[in-house]
Design a protein around this ligand. Structure first.
Ligand code: VG1
Ligand code: CO
Length: 543
């Protein structure tokens, strides 16, 4: 066994985005690239001697290779123990749970989440701290600083180690524990939810379809929905995590989860449909002919969470990312609990959850979660929906209709323009920022602007400030448009345009969403000149 220190030079592109470092696999496969980043991470943590780390990922191409490299570097850097999901697999929420439950120093999650996988696809790495959540900006900035000055890294030069068998063994002085990726996660779900009630619901003939999109949630959903809760075999489809996700793009939205949407709008629709993303932290939920869009889903879950044993005492508060619709704000108001608005990305919920200020959190991008872990959690949301259905005796369409009748409806949609020329996109946003002072008071296509700003967030717990989090334009009548650039893409730039309008008129609640938002869609193009600047006549993805 040879412990080596190898010379290296910095890469200039290792800045972390919304959730860690995401690049093409071909970038990660460059000599020393991954090693640079991992050593920079270890350095940014002040060294990892004696640390206990969790390692796992979503099963995509390069997951296993990266796991091997990280284990050899961890041992060489004096890590005390590494807990690894078998075959290097762990969903993001499961990893968060292991860190918290066994009081680990932190975890390295190997995933590019919803980005396509395979040799020509994307790979990603992020670090989660001892609270189980994505490292805050203080740490991600420190990692980036290290990547700029790194000179060498430590690694063991040895053959690959066994990560295929549930086992514990030593690598130099480091303990390696290969664990079942599902077991602890399932135990946690059984504590939060009324499994007997859900089992009864399913036994009564309630049918379920869960699309794991060939990514990490397959093994979790099979174990919990089929083997434990009694859903018929085959209820979970695309259940085996594949290196390239079978060519699917596991971003659960109407475009990439089209098969599920088609099924749920057909004559053979089951009672309940759901899908998750690459690393298992996102979810979408559908009923027959009904989509519980993520912002609405957060609102319905907040209003009904008390029906699940884990939240029977009620919830302390909620948080949503800024572009997420204000549907949940209305529920919070009626429950008389605080509602926080944070920048995009789960790392901003961490402090609020740790401080006990909030119980539930969510993002418009199909992420919902609670204080049970410090990540969004796809299967958790699905189980909470099932628990609510079992306890209330109402199905998804009834829950949605009742909700809108009580609270009104926040029509909401996100339009993504993907793979734009980077310069064009940056200029579009820069010009928008410049326009902010002149917007207030203006009337655009009959819509009166009441306020405009570039979202700047001050963390209520530690006072840290994050600026430039999205251009917000508010219109009279509780409508708004938000513009921001994605921080998770790997090709060009993605412009996200978020559109929202509140409707309280009972006759108009069942309008088509895009129709309901049409005036705002037109105004967005007028304000940002999207089509003339980018040459795009329509978005790449509408969700
Ligand atoms: C996107 C979503 C954001 C989410 C992030 C990570 O970020 O909009 O809500 O937190 O992905 O999700 P962006 O910067 O591309 O808009 V995941 O499932 O990759 O951990
Ligand atoms: Co994800």
């Amino acid at each position: 066994m040879t412990l080596t220190t190898l010379k290296t030079t910095p890469f200039d592109d290792q800045k972390l985005g919304t959730s860690g470092l995401r690049k093409k696999v071909s970038v990660f496969r460059q000599p020393d690239y991954l090693e640079n980043f991992i050593q920079s991470l270890f350095n940014a943590l002040g060294g990892v001697e004696g640390a206990d780390l969790v390692i796992g990922g979503d099963g995509r191409f390069y997951n296993r290779r990266a796991t091997q490299i990280i284990l050899k570097m961890a041992a060489a850097n004096g890590v005390a123990s590494a807990t690894v999901g078998r075959n290097g697999l762990l969903s993001t929420p499961a990893a968060s749970n292991i860190i918290r439950k066994y009081k680990k120093t932190g975890g390295i999650i190997l995933s590019a989440s919803h980005n396509p996988a395979g040799e020509n696809g994307d790979f990603g790495i992020k670090y989660n701290s001892s609270n189980g959540g994505p490292a805050p900006e203080k740490i991600t900035d420190a990692i980036f600083e290290e990547t700029k000055k790194i000179t060498d890294y430590k690694i063991l030069e040895i053959p690959d180690v066994d990560i295929e068998h549930l086992n514990s063994y030593k690598l130099m002085d480091m303990d390696i524990h290969i664990i079942d990726p599902v077991e602890d996660y399932q135990l946690m779900m059984e504590e939060i939810f009324d499994f007997d009630a859900i089992r009864k619901l399913i036994a009564s003939g309630f049918t379920v379809r869960f699309d794991a999109m060939n990514a990490i949630t397959g093994p979790y959903a099979k174990a919990i929905l089929e083997r434990t809760l009694g859903a018929a075999e085959g209820s979970v489809v695309n259940a085996v995590p594949l290196l390239d996700f079978g060519g699917l793009h596991p971003d659960p939205n109407p475009v990439h989860a089209k098969a599920l949407f088609d099924l749920m709008h057909s004559d053979s629709a089951p009672d309940f449909g759901a899908a998750s993303d690459g690393d298992g932290d996102r979810n979408i939920v559908l009923g027959r002919n009904t989509y519980a869009a993520p912002s609405d889903s957060l609102a319905v879950l907040t209003a009904n969470a008390h029906l699940a044993p884990g939240y029977a005492k009620g919830i302390k508060g909620v948080a949503r990312s800024m572009p997420t619709s204000a549907a949940v704000d209305r529920v919070a108001k009626s429950l008389n609990i605080p509602c926080f608005e944070t920048p995009t990305g789960w790392k901003f919920f961490g402090n609020l959850l740790d401080a006990g200020e909030v119980t539930l959190c969510g993002e418009e991008s199909a992420g919902t979660g609670s204080d049970h872990v410090r990540e969004k959690d796809g299967l958790w949301a699905v189980l909470l929906w099932l628990n609510i259905i079992a306890a209330s005796g109402k199905n998804v369409p009834e829950l949605m209709t009742d909700h809108w009748a009580k609270f009104g409806r926040n029509f909401y949609s996100r339009h993504d323009y993907e793979n734009l020329d980077l310069e064009t996109a940056n200029k579009l946003i820069a010009d928008l920022r410049g326009k902010i002072p002149s917007l207030a008071g203006k009337t655009i296509d009959g819509l009166k602007v009441v306020a405009a700003d570039d979202f700047c967030y001050t963390d209520p717990v530690d006072g840290s400030v994050s600026s430039h989090q999205g251009v917000r334009i508010y219109f009279k009548g509780e409508s708004r448009i938000i513009f921001r650039l994605s921080g998770t893409g790997t090709e060009g730039a993605t412009l996200r345009v978020y559109l929202e309008r509140f409707e309280g008129n009972k006759e108009k609640l069942s309008m088509n969403t895009q129709d309901a938002l049409a005036p705002l869609i037109a105004a967005a193009d007028k304000i940002a000149n999207i089509s003339s600047r980018t040459g795009r006549v329509e978005p790449s993805v509408i969700s």
